[in-house]
Design a protein around this ligand. Structure first.
Ligand code: FES
Length: 138
């Protein structure tokens, strides 16, 4: 069968992996999980659960050793504005910062991103969602 006549693939279905109970995640501490052969760092902050690939896109540092907090925001020359508390991880090697929810670099220091995964929680636990058709951000 030629590529022209190959059956068209439909949208990929997301796969949910149970990581444990909510109580298994102390506030502000990364927990490492192996999911589909990838090391994923999961953290619960005051802003909710976040999951990222445990490798910095710069030189591969383990982001689970990074500090999670906020960052300085763009502001006027005579202002210092701090924000995004509990939504940013700072790489332990060279201090690049990444948004935990999107994996994007703070301040555009690089176009490389950390892979970020959706996390779902409920009475039955904490789940990492892998795969599926991605919805592009506007
Ligand atoms: S390895 Fe992460 S910023 Fe360099």
């Amino acid at each position: 069968m030629s590529a022209l006549h190959a059956p068209r693939k439909g949208p990929r279905q997301p796969r949910r992996h149970r990581l444990g109970a909510v109580a298994d995640f102390p506030l502000g501490e990364f927990r490492l999980h192996e999911v589909e052969g990838r090391e994923v760092a999961v953290i619960r902050t005051a802003r909710g659960f976040f999951a990222i690939r445990n490798g910095c896109p710069h030189m591969g540092a383990p982001l689970c050793f990074g500090k999670v907090g906020g960052t300085m925001l763009p502001s006027d020359p005579d202002e210092l504005v701090y924000g995004l508390e509990d939504e940013v991880v700072r790489c332990p090697w060279h201090a690049w910062e990444f948004h935990l929810a999107t994996g994007r670099a703070v301040g555009g220091i690089t176009s490389k991103r950390v892979i970020a995964y959706p996390v779902e929680t409920g009475e039955d636990g904490v789940f990492l969602v892998v795969g599926g058709t991605r919805v592009r951000e506007a």
